[in-house]
Design a protein around this ligand. Structure first.
Ligand code: PLP
Length: 434
């Protein structure tokens, strides 16, 4: 039964564009009507009609400990009793900054309120440090919705019906061509292509911003050769910005940077760093960060930046991850078994899929593998994915509602959720054959 969700969706569409406050939530690429969520606990969501769903979205990444984790709730509650916002410095900002810089081997960090703000600010900083205007990003990578980053972007933009088709054009209406023109685009996992751009235009580029593991074209893991060429950009005076909004504190305590041995100059975070409340951050060496106002000439500010409730949620989450390293082993083990189970169930039903997984991030592409590039990813049969998605939803499993997203496993997923998911997957694959 989904009557209440449907009624809420109809009502929402009258007062909110498309009925949602972030496009992928509207189920446009899989069809049907989105579920409205009433509450969440552990690995489960409860929708407006009381249906219980195993949650593989985890608020698109932040809920790595599961919903309503007692330690995180206690941390937020203790902040709540002291006031919700001050607009003045607070000890919790210092505490979280100390934790983040230590875990990520940066020296200074600035808190903002979203991943978009973090990447936007990091680029301004890189332009100021280098005195150059151009930036380079990768096709299908998503870094939030700041104007200059909505160029050949991933995530919801990959399934956006209104997508503008011209190459190098903005992915969204309303982004001035002149502004988008400062964003150069290369292919992820194409070392030769990147090398060519570096040779031709390296001395004009302020920064290369990249997802250290892509989640927003579905999961794509960088090859060693690609990482080598990325690192060589430094020889051209280019700053590397690792956008760890999705991967930070997820792929390890030190993020994808630590896991893959990357050497970025600037890092950006979001999602887990706020434990489910609105937080983003960017960090680097003190030398680079001291370009930021009030120390330096790069202006960046925020009424709610460093909000005490948001800091408390981040502190609670990072404390749990830091003090319980076995969480990462558990996440790895669960997601690996999920991967193997999905591959087996698909093979038994005679359906070709390719599962890309690293740590607790996973995408099952409806195509034969390998899937290493954006071009490989878009070969997926999105029609088949949409059918499978609804078969799963009808069986109580809430997968990401787009082929080109990662799913996220949390520490609250367990044997019971795994068994339920794999049984649902087996019958969902078989249903595709009928
Ligand atoms: N960067 C990456 C890699 C992301 O995945 C996202 C969001 O999904 C963002 C930036 C933007 O973050 P936010 O949605 O908090 O603005």
């Amino acid at each position: 039964m989904t009557e209440k969700s449907r009624w809420l969706y109809e009502t929402a569409q009258r007062v909110i564009p498309g009925g949602v406050n972030s496009p992928v939530r509207a189920f446009k690429s899989v069809g049907g009507s989105p579920r409205f969520i009433q509450s969440a606990f552990g690995a489960y969501l409860i929708d407006a009609d009381g249906n219980r769903l195993i949650d593989y979205i985890g608020s698109w990444g932040p809920m790595i400990l599961g919903h309503q984790h007692s330690h995180v709730l206690a941390s937020i509650q203790s902040a709540l009793t002291e006031g919700v916002s001050f607009g003045a410095p607070n000890a919790r900002e210092v505490e979280l900054a100390m934790m983040v810089t230590k875990l990520t081997r940066t020296e200074k960090v600035r808190f903002v309120s979203s991943g978009t703000e973090a990447t936007m600010s990091a680029l301004r900083l890189a332009r100021a440090v280098t005195g150059r205007d151009y930036i380079l990003k990768f096709r299908g990578n998503y870094h939030g919705h700041a104007d200059g980053l909505l160029v050949e972007a991933g995530s919801g933009l990959m399934t956006n019906e209104q997508k503008l088709q011209a190459r190098s054009a903005p992915s969204s209406a309303g982004v001035p061509q002149a502004y988008a023109g400062l964003t150069l685009v290369a292919d992820y996992n194409d070392p030769e292509g990147l090398q060519q751009i570096l040779q031709d235009k390296g001395n004009m580029i302020a920064a290369i911003i990249f997802e250290p593991v892509v989640g927003n074209a579905g999961v794509l893991v960088p090859t060693a050769e690609f990482i080598d060429v990325l690192h060589s950009a430094k020889e051209h005076g280019i700053l590397l910005i690792a956008d760890e909004v999705m991967t930070g504190f997820r792929l390890s305590l030190g993020g994808a940077t630590e896991r893959l041995g990357l050497k970025p100059d600037i890092l950006t975070w979001g999602k887990i760093i706020g434990g489910g409340l609105p937080v983003g951050a960017y960090g680097a060496s003190a030398e680079i960060m001291d370009f930021v106002s009030p120390m330096g000439p790069v202006y960046q500010a925020g009424t709610l930046s460093g909000n005490p409730l948001a800091m408390a949620a981040g502190i609670g989450t990072l404390q749990m991850l830091r003090d319980n390293p076995d969480i990462y082993e558990k996440l790895e083990d669960y997601t690996e078994r999920l991967e193997q189970g999905l591959l087996m169930a698909a093979a038994q039903a005679g359906i070709s899929v390719c599962v890309n997984r690293i740590g607790s991030m996973l995408t099952m592409f409806f195509t034969e593998g390998p899937v290493q590039t954006y071009q490989d990813a878009v070969r997926s049969d999105t029609r088949l994915f949409a059918l499978w998605f609804h078969e799963m939803l009808n069986r109580g499993v809430y997968w990401a509602p787009s082929q080109f997203e990662s799913i996220f496993v949390s520490a609250a997923h367990n044997e019971r959720t795994l068994e339920h998911t794999l049984q649902a997957a087996a019958s969902a694959f078989l249903a595709l054959k009928t």
